[in-house]
Write a protein that binds this ligand. Structure first.
Ligand code: F0G
Length: 364
């Protein structure tokens, strides 16, 4: 039987940067590409969901953390640091533990989902809550990494993008070619940068020197979606006070802004904004109709696809992949509200089959 070995070993020949580095891995990657029947029917496209919540710490960050942490180990680092809206810190904390390194994480004041916070604490990271937003945290983390012997593992670290590009390889390996359209949420814009790099490297004729050409014959259009209250790339200027219930992408000045624009423009794609209402509707649709539980930010990709479909912009029969970036258990509170926003609570019943059957609608 073939056992998945993590993204560094699975794609070693396409990760030349990692050559000779110790491999720090939790066997990340190899996530399912799930055919989404309801979304396909709704849009007239062939829609697949790349479920990144099934990575070891519950988000796509693990793909970039295995590479960043392996490079840190190669450099002899004893400690790593990151700024985070939650998932990067959870991943950095877990991989630092695996590597035997110390981990410091800078998180914005409040607005961090409980699941993510508990992961960083469980893995023994030193957690600093900064009086500021994510963008302030990243500025601070960069300063610390410049002045002290600690390696920065945010996506401004080139090893992060290298690792995260493997998600595109997996999509092409699963579909046999690149999709026509790839939708994903955009926050600090590292992931859209990474996917675009992965698709380009995996396309025939685009092979990087010394490594085999890819199996893809085409490139997808990259469709990125920001939350409306945190949409600097859409607006064309930084947002000082980003606001959205999708706290993972509550970012006003993305580090990979230029690269995201490049992915958009060279792929003939788009970067648009979706409202919190659209995000929550897509979140509900994924859990209630597709059986896929995600955190709100993840649903921005599907919200964007639905918005584009309503505007008549999704070609009939197109192959579309939506990345959903983080697991629903990271931030479960949103599932406990109905479409009307009211709390959903279980119906109380005694230990009695007839009453239970009635409550379940099994009794007339
Ligand atoms: N989805 C989730 C669940 C995320 O956690 C993030 C980013 C994104 C999407 C956006 O990805 O930044 O590469 O454009 N989370 C970072 C963090 C900022 O600190 O965990 P991006």
């Amino acid at each position: 039987a073939h056992l998945w070995r993590g993204v560094i070993r699975e794609y070693a020949e396409r990760l030349p940067m990692l050559e000779g580095a110790p491999v720090i891995t939790l066997q990340e990657g190899g996530t399912p590409l799930i055919p989404a029947e309801h979304l396909s029917e709704l849009t007239g496209a062939q829609v697949f969901v790349k479920y990144e919540g099934l990575n070891p710490t519950g988000s796509f960050k693990d793909r970039g953390m295995t590479t960043a942490m392996s490079m840190a180990a190669k450099h002899g680092a004893k400690a790593v640091i990151c700024a985070s809206t939650g998932n990067t810190s959870a991943s950095a904390a877990a991989y630092a533990t695996k590597a035997g390194m110390a981990c410091g994480v800078l998180v914005p004041d409040g607005k961090i989902a409980m699941g993510k916070l508990s992961q960083a604490i469980a893995h023994g990271a030193t957690l600093l809550q900064v009086d500021g937003n994510f963008d302030d945290c990243l500025t601070l983390a960069r300063k610390l990494a410049e002045a002290y012997p600690v390696e920065l593992v945010n996506s401004v670290n080139p090893a992060r993008i290298e690792g995260q590009k493997t998600a595109s390889f997996e999509v092409v390996d699963a579909l046999g070619d690149a999709p026509d359209i790839h939708c994903l949420p955009v926050g600090n814009a590292g992931n859209i940068t990474a996917y675009w790099r992965g698709y380009r490297e995996y396309a025939a004729g685009h092979g990087i020197e010394g490594v085999p050409d890819g199996v893809a014959t085409k490139l997808p259009r990259m469709w990125g979606f920001q939350a409306a209250g945190a949409a600097p790339i859409v607006l064309g200027h930084p947002v000082d006070q980003p606001e959205t219930i999708a706290t993972a992408i509550r970012i006003g000045n993305p580090a990979s802004w230029k690269q995201a624009e490049e992915a958009r423009d060279t792929s003939g794609g788009r970067i648009d904004a979706v409202t919190d209402e659209q995000i929550l509707a897509a979140h509900r649709l994924l859990s209630a109709r597709e059986g896929i539980f995600v955190e709100p930010a993840s649903a921005a990709s599907v919200a964007g696809l639905l918005m584009a479909h309503e505007a008549g912009q999704v070609p009939a029969g197109a192959t579309v992949v939506c990345t959903v970036t983080g697991h629903g258990l990271k931030d479960p509170q949103w599932a406990l509200k109905g479409a009307d926003g009211a709390d959903v609570t279980p119906t109380r019943v005694p230990v009695d089959a007839y009453t239970a059957a009635q409550a379940l609608g099994l009794e007339g």
